[in-house]
Design a protein around this ligand. Structure first.
Ligand SMILES: Cc1ncc(COP(=O)(O)O)c(C=O)c1O
Length: 457
């Protein structure tokens, strides 16, 4: 019949772009959102799934009746599952246990097998969802690993589908593209397409606090990642699908602002989107605020739907149990903790400092590690142990610069980060650096946290 798509796969794409009228009313720029949750599988990952399957079929990696295996937080799974349903493939999905029930139930509804793995283990741990996926691929006959974290067909999907669609819909009148960063497929594929079409086009990445992208973009070092609640964005490793060079600016957001913005988008704009959409819009607004009186057309990609988060972001009990509604949090914020410390200048050393001078600094201040600053920005950390190891290998070489000793065994937070989160962070890192944008506001050690908690009534 005229007007009908031949099957559900042909209904992927051609999602609308909508102007935000309330939540961004205070900024000069216009912010537009691309409603990718209106894809048939409920997210922009439908486009990724389609391109990955096309690519695998073309290369002969996926044979008729074969099994698609993937480590997915749900959205890529839904896309793969609906295409698999149409084309007669089987699916096995491996998911971390922090994922919402709705996401897991959706995949099972499509007839897929779902295997759940613990979140709180290292990626190399045999129980991690990366390792479990590898094992299932090896053990299943006719298995094809979609591998969205390392499959170039992922960013390519956005390069050949999402970005050209946006460009045609807007007539190229865009200046800025803003998206959350998970596998990096969206930002890398769209960013490349837009930059090829317009000089000075700006690509803005949004990263949750706890993920390692932000620090890596700023310093080139892998600091300590830690757990956060927003789903789909941020990583604890570097996927090869992420092209960080395409990013002009990276904005950091915390769970609370992501979730409150998600609620505002639904309640004030009627846009029924999920948590990573709130994150991306919060990041875009932050960027637009920084632009001040300069006007830009900013497009933000909204990856998925509120439907999957009804029992979390849209549930007052869950929100308040997790401290996302209470104001203020009883244990306070990192900013309160810093204010409670005796007022002393932050001890730092410049990059290029001689080992001898860094040793004197540690001795003078009675500290065992010190942040290293280059061009006003945090570059990393040098610790007693690093100095000790160096001098054991090179006795007396105290005139050498500390540069090769700089390491990243710390986590970074913002002044707004809740104190109660620090406990988890100290499980991973020996020091916490507090950054306000690029400025180092202070450092927090375990003993600082202990003293702060001991003096609270
Ligand atoms: C809900 C959600 N938002 C954002 C993203 C991030 O997109 P990308 O993987 O293209 O960086 C994902 C990816 O899994 C997602 O599921």
């Amino acid at each position: 019949m005229k007007g009908a798509r031949s099957n559900i796969v042909d209904a992927i794409g051609t999602t609308p772009i909508v102007h935000l009228n309330k939540v961004a009313a205070h900024v000069k720029s216009d912010i537009f959102v691309k409603l990718e949750f209106l894809n048939p599988g409920g997210s922009m990952k439908d486009r990724v799934a389609l391109n990955i399957i096309h690519d695998a079929e073309r290369r002969g990696l996926l044979q008729p009746g074969g099994t698609i295996v993937e480590a997915t937080s749900g959205n890529t799974g839904a896309g793969l599952a609906l295409i698999a349903a149409v084309r007669g493939y089987k699916c096995i999905f491996v998911m971390p246990d922090k994922m919402s029930h709705e996401k897991i139930a959706t995949l099972r509804a499509f007839g897929a097998k779902v295997v759940i793995c613990p979140t709180a283990v290292e990626p190399e741990d045999p129980r991690s969802y990366y390792e479990v996926t590898k094992r299932i691929v090896a053990e299943t006959p006719g298995a094809f690993h979609a591998n969205q974290y390392h499959n170039p067909a992922n960013p390519e999907a956005h390069y050949v589908s999402t970005a050209p669609e946006i460009w045609n819909q807007t007539g190229g009148e865009l200046d800025v593209f803003c998206a959350g960063m998970g596998t990096g497929g969206t930002i890398s594929g769209c960013g490349r397409y837009f930059k090829e079409r317009k000089p000075n086009f700006q690509v803005i990445g949004v990263d949750p606090i706890g993920s390692l992208y932000y620090d890596y973009v700023k310093t080139g070092r892998l600091t300590k990642p830690f757990a956060y609640s927003v789903e789909g964005i941020g990583e604890d490793f570097l996927p090869s699908t992420m092209n960080l060079k395409i990013i002009d600016e990276i904005v950091r957001v915390d769970d609370k602002e992501c979730f409150l913005m998600t609620r505002a988008l639904v309640r004030e704009e009627g846009i029924f989107c999920g948590g990573s959409s709130g994150a991306a819009v919060a990041g875009a607004i932050r960027y637009a605020e920084k632009l001040g009186d300069v006007h830009k057309n900013i497009l933000v990609l909204l990856p998925d739907s509120a439907q999957k988060y009804l029992s979390k972001i849209f549930d007052d009990k869950w929100m308040s149990e997790n401290g996302f509604l209470e104001e203020p949090d009883p244990l306070g914020t990192v900013s309160d903790l810093l204010r409670s410390k005796p007022r002393r200048p932050i001890v730092t050393v410049p990059k290029g400092d001689a080992i001898r001078d860094t040793i004197s600094k540690l001795k003078e201040h009675g500290i065992s590690q010190v942040p290293v600053i280059a061009e006003g920005r945090l570059e990393g950390l040098v610790s007693e142990l690093d100095l000790l190891n160096y001098l054991l290998a090179h006795p007396g070489r105290t005139d050498a610069p500390i540069d090769d000793l700089i390491e990243a065994d710390y986590a970074t937070v913002t002044p707004q980060t809740k104190v109660k989160l620090l406990r988890n962070i100290f499980n991973e890192a020996k020091l916490v650096c507090v950054l306000d944008r690029d400025d180092l506001l202070g450092v927090i050690t375990k003993i600082d946290l202990i003293e702060y908690l001991a003096t609270r009534t």
